[in-house]
Design a binder for this molecule. Structure first.
Ligand code: FES
Length: 315
């Protein structure tokens, strides 16, 4: 089939602005995007810059955006990303600085990983031969350890787009990987670090990392599990936990979200600085007629909601 491949080009050494270049070529619908790019470089344009190595979704080096979504070029087929017009848009991975064409600066990714101490921390006496774990203990880790550090999740993370301090889905999935490993003995410090600003509570559940991950690591699911582990183990003195509890309490009590109290409860009633900072938003809401009622009403039929809560609390 005839395809038009539109690639974002950028070469700072030549001093020009990024631009899109379109190549036409004949490929099979089953061909991988990486093979398409290799064909372009081999037959049409030797200046095209990109990374690849294993061509088997193992090394993680060919992550890029294909039709707006991050993923590995070597395990994405043409037929899965081609538009109705026969066009494929290829761009460098997001959230990282572009070095040239499809090559991004991965230091941003590695800095996040390094921050979470990405290795097993064991403090007991050294085992005679090896650390033995049961299959049951390790089964939950079998998917998360499949991560090939390709950065597709980081590329598509919507929180990183607005706050570069966020640890991001790859690093937080790595925290989960060690917190859930029975051999690791640093849960307390890992959970404490990940409970602060930039950590697990900053995820907004947009699902983009889950969609982009080529390895079923499900980073967002790991972050949600991490929150539960953190709360169950007493890491509750933070805005994220209070916010979660404020929302749950409000829905359990009235059936809906009490927008007047949720933020003060999240920051803490005596956190004068943060609460005063909410006043301008309150004034804007008032001007636009969106100010919630000060006396929060209950939904008429609360029994169903209470039944759901009773069911969850029993679990
Ligand atoms: S080339 Fe190794 S993951 Fe794609």
């Amino acid at each position: 089939m005839e395809v038009k491949v539109k690639i974002r080009r950028y070469n700072p050494e030549k001093g020009n602005e990024p631009f899109f270049q379109t190549y036409s070529l004949d490929v099979s619908p089953k061909e991988t995007i990486l093979n398409v790019i290799l064909q372009i470089r081999g037959e049409q344009d030797r200046t095209l810059g990109f990374r690849c190595s294993c061509r088997s979704a193992i090394c993680g080096s060919c992550a890029m955006k294909m039709n707006g979504q991050g993923g590995l070029a070597c395990n994405t087929q043409v037929e899965n990303v081609i538009s109705k017009d026969g066009e494929i848009l290829i761009e460098p991975a997001g959230n990282m600085d572009v070095i040239r064409d499809l090559i991004v600066d991965f230091n941003f990714f590695w800095d996040k990983i390094k921050q979470v101490t990405p290795y097993l921390q064991y403090s007991g006496p050294a085992p005679e031969r090896e650390h033995l774990c049961s299959n049951e203990e390790m089964i939950d880790l079998s998917l998360v350890t499949e991560c090939v550090m390709c950065g597709s999740c980081v590329s598509d993370c919507t929180v990183l787009e607005v706050d570069k301090n966020f640890l991001g889905p790859a690093a937080l999935a790595k925290v989960y990987r060690f917190v859930s490993d029975p051999r690791d003995k640093a849960n307390d410090s890992r959970l404490s670090q990940a409970s602060q600003y930039t950590g697990m509570w900053d995820c907004t559940h947009c699902f983009k990392c889950v969609e982009a991950c080529p390895k079923r690591v499900l980073p967002m699911e790991r972050i949600l599990s991490l929150r539960k582990i953190a709360m169950d183990s007493g890491h509750t003195g933070n805005v994220g936990t209070r916010h979660s509890k404020a929302i749950t309490d409000s829905v359990e009590h009235s059936g809906t979200l009490n927008e007047v109290t949720v933020m003060p409860k999240s920051f803490g009633w005596w956190n004068i600085k943060e609460n005063l900072a909410l006043i301008p938003s309150g004034i804007r809401m008032m001007r636009r007629g969106k100010m919630p009622k000060l006396l929060h009403p209950k939904l008429p039929n609360m029994e169903n909601i209470k039944r759901i809560f009773r069911k969850f609390k029993k679990k």
